[in-house]
Ligand binder design. Structure first.
Ligand SMILES: Cc1cc2nc3c(=O)[nH]c(=O)nc-3n(C[C@H](O)[C@H](O)[C@H](O)COP(=O)(O)OP(=O)(O)OC[C@H]3O[C@@H](n4cnc5c(N)ncnc54)[C@H](O)[C@@H]3O)c2cc1C
Length: 524
């Protein structure tokens, strides 16, 4: 993309109460809501044609394909966000609890059904491996402890000061945060299937289970305590609900508009320059674009101390994703044992993960996550039909032995189809009427995601909390960051959390401060 000089002069008077949010992902919209609640007039700018970022959808041939997040955990985070804006989340969005949460299927025909009910879960563990019941109970206990520390404490407070990190280091040490999620699970249970079932969750936020800090075992408690939900209308409905709150606060969302650069004036963020060359001024800028894109592209002309191009290149990025979205005709009564969420496990775990994260090799085998929302939400498919997506983690685009997706894609899709035919939905290929595929190249081009990564910077211990790009930019006063690449990280609860942290760091709008001062003076 070429740098375009501004065609018109920047207006002299800064818009002191105006804030710009670059990106209408869930983290960007949640930030806009938090800013609106602090009196800022917010303009959200996104290059896509609809809100939601990775949580948006494409409708084709009567099928609504929810492109990204499907599992909504910790609905309280969303309820808190709405409440902070004086609104009721449940009036705007309908969440339905999933029971079961999901089913895992292995090659040998064995299955494991995840549920919220503790007794049912223990029965499932005992069915697979009775000797692991005690270890499973201990694992749940470990998970709860990490939830209170990692999610409720660390995940909700700013982590941009080194002192914040130093204060929590003893707890990290005590909780053996240096160990991986897999190592922790393997220390508690011995059955390889259970080890998988208790350790695969980091993949949902772009982490390698064999390297990501064991703090992330907190997900098991989080699911058990708050359930797993689906948003009727898809996560798109949550994003649209957020955009409506922003509008009700006096803000606006501008779609199909790309920001080319953050405008720097007098050493601080003063607005944005669009690809069209237009400059929009603001008292404050939040970037919900990927942290890597924010620094290497939107601040390309700013000398940077910490987030240099070289440092970002050296960082470990989350894996890429290959996603096949398809609609099938007249299948609603078929595959009755296939629910809303299924995980079909391939023959290898550790070595397969190594292929993806370390070797950068597109393997012949795969493990699949299958989404069939038409089981729960008839609005996503024509009557009697099904809407599916099937996702396979793959290497990102940054390896020297990179995958040639133009060549590989048809081959990879055929392998995926065979696995689905054999293990989950026989005969589905003949029923397909609509399809779309996303490779890591689509992620790079659609979301401007560095290396086409599915979830930004990988949540390894030395890339988490203080080590992650900060919510209040280290490089430029007046710039804040929200979304998967900043603290606390990826996933819906994570990016909604980035907005909560941001809300604690951003000052009230100048007009609001003046109003409060006047009210105080009147009261005195
Ligand atoms: C396939 C998939 C499945 C997932 N499943 C789950 C799940 O089940 N549960 C869960 O909790 N999480 C899940 N996640 C993770 C979750 O979706 C993401 O972590 C989260 O949605 C990221 O939100 P974000 O705020 O970081 O922004 P993003 O969604 O990345 O949005 C950023 C937005 O910024 C825009 N943008 C970027 N640069 C510019 C620019 N220069 N100018 C204008 N606009 C710009 C982009 O167009 C985009 O719309 C999944 C992710 C994927 C990809």
């Amino acid at each position: 993309m070429k740098h375009t000089p501004p065609p018109r002069p920047v207006p002299a008077l800064p818009e002191a109460n105006h804030a710009i949010v670059i990106g209408a992902g869930l983290g960007g919209l949640a930030s806009a809501m938090r800013l609106g609640a602090k009196g800022w007039r917010v303009t959200v700018i996104d290059r896509l044609d609809r809100v939601g970022g990775r949580g948006s959808s494409i409708t084709q041939g009567g099928h609504r394909f929810d492109l990204g997040p499907t599992i909504v955990t910790v609905p309280q985070g969303l309820r808190d966000l709405w409440a902070a804006c004086g609104r009721d989340f449940d009036r705007d969005v309908r969440l339905v609890p999933m029971d079961p949460f999901y089913e895992i299927r292995w090659e040998d025909g064995s299955t494991f059904t995840m549920r919220q009910d503790e007794a049912a879960m223990k029965a499932e563990v005992a069915r697979l491996s009775p000797g692991d019941l005690k270890g499973y109970e201990k694992f749940l206990n470990d998970s709860e402890k990490r939830y209170w520390f990692g999610f409720e404490d660390l995940g909700r407070r700013p982590m941009h000061k080194l002192m914040d990190l130093i204060k929590v280091l003893p707890t990290f040490v005590r909780m053996r945060a240096d160990r991986s999620v897999y190592a922790h699970a393997a220390g508690r249970v011995s059955d390889p299937r259970l080890r998988f079932a208790l350790s695969f969750h980091p993949l949902f936020i772009g982490g390698d289970p064999f390297n990501v800090t064991s703090m992330y075992i907190l997900v098991s408690h989080l699911e058990k305590a708050f359930g797993v939900h689906y948003a009727m209308g898809g996560v798109q409905a949550i994003a649209e609900g957020m955009a409506q709150v922003v509008a009700a606060q006096g803000g606006e969302v501008v779609s199909q508009t790309e920001v080319d650069e953050i405008v720097v004036e007098d050493g601080r963020a003063a607005g944005v320059r669009l690809v069209s060359g237009e400059v929009i001024r603001a008292g404050l800028v939040v970037s919900n674009a990927d942290a890597g894109h924010t620094y290497t592209r939107l601040l390309r002309n700013l000398p940077r101390k910490r987030w240099t191009d070289a440092k970002l290149k050296r960082s470990r990025w989350s894996m890429g994703l290959y996603v096949w979205y398809f609609g099938t005709k007249g299948t609603r009564e078929m595959w009755r044992d296939v629910g809303h969420h299924s995980i079909v496990v391939g023959p290898r775990y550790r070595e397969h993960i190594k292929d993806i994260f370390i070797r950068g090799k597109l393997a012949d085998d795969m493990s699949l996550y299958v989404h069939r929302p038409s089981v729960t939400d008839p609005s996503c498919a024509p009557e009697g039909d099904d809407t599916f997506y099937v996702l396979s983690p793959v290497p990102h685009l940054g390896f020297s032995n990179g995958v040639n997706w133009a060549e590989e894609e048809p081959r990879y899709r055929s392998k995926m189809a065979k696995m689905l035919e054999d293990r989950l939905i026989p005969g589905f290929r003949d029923k397909i009427t609509e399809e779309i595929t996303f490779t890591p190249e689509t992620f790079r081009d659609r979301y401007l995601s560095p290396l086409g990564a599915g979830f930004s910077i990988e949540p390894r211990i030395l890339q988490s909390a203080w080590f992650r790009p900060h919510n209040v930019s280290e490089e430029l006063p007046g710039l804040y960051l929200a979304g998967a690449g900043t603290h606390p990280g990826a996933g819906l609860p994570g990016v909604v959390g980035t907005a909560e942290v941001l809300g604690k760091l951003v000052p009230d709008a100048p007009r609001r401060v003046a109003e409060i001062r006047e009210l105080r003076m009147a009261a005195e």
